[in-house]
Design a protein around this ligand. Structure first.
Ligand code: DAH
Length: 358
C-alpha cells in the first residue's frame, strides 16, 4: 500500500469512527489542518523534481478532495442524527393550555381611585380614611346640617335601628364626615383627600345604593378660593390626560361650605364618544366651596385664624366618563366578562411619570 493510500484508509477509518461533531473536527485538523498530515505532505512537494511533483501533487490533491468530501458527508449525517434526536426528545404537547397571562383585572373604581391618589399625592395631599358606619354628628350635625333641615332628606340615608338612647347609626351618605374627623384630630395645615365608599337609597342607570366618592380638604391660614380653582383645574387636566380644560364654577348650596360652587367641565359629543375638556356643552363633575365657619367652630378651629376649601366628587361617575362605561349598575354586578373588558392590567400601576392609564 502506498503512503498516500495508507493515509487515506487511516483517515477514512477515523472519520467513520467519529461519534460526534467534536471528534470529527479533530480528524479534520489532524488531516487537512495547517499542520495536518496532508498539509505536511503538500509542503514537501517543493523539494521534489518537476515530474515527481506533478504525480505526487495530483495524488495529494485527489486525497485532499476525498477526505474533505468524506468529512462533509459525515458532518451532515451527524447533524441529521442530532436533529432527529432532538425532535424525538423535545416533544411539545399541543393539548396543554397556552402560557397563562396574569390572572384577574383591576376594577375601574380601583384604577380611578389610584389615578386620583397619584395626582393629589404629587400636589402634596395625604390620603385619609374614615368608617363606613357613621353617627349623625359626623355625617350631618358637625357639617352644619341643622336638625330637621331638609338637606338631610336629600341624602336618602340608610339608618340602623335606634339604640337604647334613641340615636341611630347610619351608613355614611358622603365622605365629608371624614373632614370632621380630620379637623378634630389634626392641627392645620391640613391637606388631605379621602377616597371611600358611600351609601344612599337610590338605584338607576347612574345611581347605585353603594358608590364611591373622593373628598378633598385643605385648611391653612390663607387658603382661598383661587387655590381651590387652581387645584381643581390642575386635577382635571391630569385626570383626563388633556393639555387644557374649560371649567366653570357655578354658585350652589351645601350646608358645610360658604360660598359653595359646583364645577362644570366643558365637553363635546363626537358620534358616540364624549370628548372632555373642550366643546360647548357643560357637565357638572363636583361640589366644592370654602369650609363654613360653623364647621370650623364645630371642630374646635378658630375661623379668625384658619380657613380653607373642600370638594367632593363621585369616583364611579369619573370612571364612567373617562373610560366610556354606560351603566353604573354593571360596576357592581360581579360579571367576569365585564371586568375582563373594562378592567385594567394588574401590573400597570397609575403614576404621573409613566402615565395614568395605558
Ligand atoms: N358631600 C357632597 C355630596 O355628597 C359633596 C361635596 C360638596 C363635598 C361640596 C364637599 C364640598 O367637600 O365642599 O353631595
Amino acid at each position: 500500500m502506498s503512503d498516500i493510500e495508507k493515509i487515506e484508509s487511516e483517515t477514512l477509518q477515523r472519520i467513520a469512527a467519529a461519534g460526534d461533531i467534536a471528534a470529527l473536527e479533530d480528524v479534520r485538523v489532524a488531516s487537512l489542518g495547517k499542520k495536518g498530515v496532508i498539509s505536511e505532505r503538500m509542503k514537501e512537494l517543493g523539494k521534489m523534481s518537476p515530474e515527481e511533483r506533478k504525480a505526487a501533487g495530483a495524488a495529494l490533491n485527489l486525497l485532499k478532495d476525498k477526505i474533505a468530501a468524506a468529512i462533509d458527508a459525515k458532518k451532515q449525517r451527524l447533524e441529521d442524527a442530532e436533529l432527529d434526536r432532538r425532535l424525538a426528545t423535545e416533544k411539545v404537547d399541543v393539548t396543554l393550555p397556552v402560557a397563562p397571562s396574569p390572572k384577574g383585572r383591576i376594577h375601574p373604581v380601583t384604577q380611578v381611585s389610584e389615578e386620583i391618589v397619584a395626582i393629589f399625592s404629587a400636589m402634596g395631599f395625604d390620603v385619609a380614611e374614615g368608617p363606613d358606619i357613621e353617627d349623625d354628628f359626623h355625617n350631618f350635625t358637625a357639617l352644619n346640617f341643622p336638625p330637621d333641615h331638609p338637606a338631610r332628606e336629600m341624602h336618602d340615608t340608610f339608618f340602623f335601628r335606634p339604640r337604647a338612647d334613641g340615636s341611630r347609626m347610619l351608613l355614611r351618605t358622603h365622605t365629608s364626615p371624614v373632614q370632621i374627623r380630620a379637623m378634630m384630630t389634626k392641627k392645620p395645615p391640613i391637606r388631605i383627600i379621602i377616597p371611600g365608599r358611600t351609601f344612599r337609597c337610590d338605584s338607576d342607570q347612574t345611581h347605585t345604593p353603594m358608590f364611591h366618592q373622593v373628598e378633598g380638604l385643605v385648611i391653612d391660614r390663607e387658603t382661598h378660593m383661587g387655590h381651590l380653582k387652581g387645584t381643581l383645574e390642575a386635577f382635571c387636566k391630569a385626570f383626563f390626560e388633556v393639555d387644557s380644560v374649560r371649567t366653570r364654577f357655578r354658585p350652589h348650596f351645601f350646608p358645610f361650605t360658604e360660598p359653595s360652587a359646583e364645577m362644570d367641565i366643558g365637553y363635546e359629543r363626537v358620534g358616540n364618544e364624549i370628548r372632555i375638556g373642550q366643546g360647548e356643552a357643560w357637565m357638572e363633575i363636583l361640589g366644592s366651596g370654602m369650609v363654613h365657619t360653623n364647621v370650623l367652630r364645630n371642630c374646635g378651629l378658630d375661623p379668625d385664624e384658619y380657613q380653607g376649601f373642600a370638594f367632593g366628587m363621585g369616583i364611579d361617575r369619573l370612571a364612567m366618563l373617562k373610560y366610556g362605561i354606560p351603566d353604573l349598575r354593571d360596576f357592581f354586578a360581579a360579571d367576569a366578562r365585564w371586568l375582563e373588558h373594562y378592567g385594567f392590567d394588574p401590573l400597570d400601576i397609575p403614576n404621573l411619570a409613566t402615565g395614568l392609564s395605558r
